[in-house]
Design a protein around this ligand. Structure first.
Ligand code: OGA
Ligand code: NI
Length: 351
């Protein structure tokens, strides 16, 4: 059960210094912002009016971004992103008492609701972030979603539908990108397990001492993300943090762990983190798409051959998530195949 929590948004109103339990371990990795040739690729989807040549270009660009960066942004995707951002921001601007009516009942994104801490461990470093978590597929429990602002439920439900459709299309491009039939990865996932997490990162008196989200890879299949105009998201590339520049209206997409596994490593689930700002709050809306917890996923047999040995063992998604929750989001330890901390089920059997 979640006990009382103090939203970071409330803390940030009065504090001049960051409380000890929010101070993140120091990170020695340098940050790069706008170095030429160093930004996350942007793919123009042309509102899906794609000639055969353009279709081929999109497949090529998405496949190469997903293998080299694990991240890309799409523009002209046909989705209205302003309404979901507006209702979400309006929710976070409500009085604390109104928001706390929706306090999440459990830690670790198991149920719909408003929260801040993701674990109650005494030694856990707290994140400079509040969130609202929505389970959106296979089932939506709209009664537990905010009733204020009035349009919230309808707009966020619509965003879930729009994201399901876009995800299907992106999975199609990703399947074709490794020479598989268009519906291949969609079929591997089966019934969509989708959630929407709105992250709210208040301004911070000492922004360099805290993290909005610590370095992690996403444990689902594919993540779609709306950024507002404020930078904060950084992706690890060649041992450097690269800022994902917010492009108005764009959707940021990243390969998550299950797709790395299904694609036998052709696509990469890359480590990223979130920094916060001194005065400007930042909000993002992240939607995760994966399979149901009792489904087992495996590398596509078509992607295993002499040149591409099998890198991962099949895994039941629920077991994988439990492992992540138990150990906390420590980078990408569960996916590294040559890593001591990898759990047993990710190892190849010894011959
Ligand atoms: C996440 C995440 C990035 C952001 O929610 O997993 O990485 O910009 N969010 O908020
Ligand atoms: Ni993430």
């Amino acid at each position: 059960m979640v006990t009382e929590f103090v939203p970071v948004q409330e803390l940030s109103k009065s504090l001049k210094a960051v409380p000890k339990n929010y101070i993140a371990p120091e990170d020695k990795v340098p940050v790069v912002t706008r170095e030429p040739g160093k930004s996350v690729p942007v793919v123009d989807l042309c509102d899906f009016n794609l000639s055969p040549e353009q279709h081929e270009r999109v497949v090529r660009e998405i496949a190469s971004a997903s293998s080299e960066w694990g991240f890309f942004q799409v523009i002209n995707h046909g989705i209205d992103v302003t309404k979901p951002q507006k209702v979400s921001r309006e929710f976070f601007e409500l009085p604390k008492e109104e928001k706390l009516k929706y306090a999440a009942k459990e830690y670790g994104f198991k149920s719909d609701g408003y929260g801040s801490k993701i674990s109650n461990a005494a030694d856990a470093v707290q994140l400079w972030r509040d969130y609202f978590f929505l389970c959106t597929s296979p089932k939506r429990n709209l009664d537990s979603w905010p009733a204020q602002p009035l349009q919230y439920r309808e707009v966020m439900s619509g965003l879930s539908d729009d994201f399901l459709m876009l995800t299907r299309k992106i999975l199609g491009f990703l399947s074709e990108g490794v020479g598989l039939p268009t519906d291949y990865f969609e079929k591997c996932f089966g019934v969509p397990n989708q959630s929407i997490l709105t992250n709210y990162y208040p301004g911070c008196p000492e922004p360099d001492k805290v993290l909005g989200i610590e370095p992690h890879s996403d444990f689902g299949g594919l993540t779609l993300l709306l950024q507002d105009g404020v930078p904060g998201l950084q992706v690890l590339q060649n041992n450097t943090w690269v800022v994902v520049e917010p492009i108005p209206g764009a959707i940021t997409i990243n390969i998550s762990d299950l797709l790395e596994l299904m694609s036998n490593g052709r696509y990469q689930s890359v480590i990223h983190r979130v920094k916060v700002n001194a005065s400007r709050p930042r909000m993002s809306i992240a939607s995760n798409y994966s399979c149901l917890f009792d489904s087992t996923v495996a590398p596509a047999p078509e992607l295993i051959d002499e040149d591409h040995p099998q890198l991962y063992k099949p895994v039941k998604f629920g077991d994988y998530v439990q492992e992540v929750v138990k150990k906390g989001p420590t980078g990408k330890a569960y996916m590294f195949i040559n890593h001591d901390s990898k759990p047993e089920y990710m190892l190849l059997p010894k011959h």
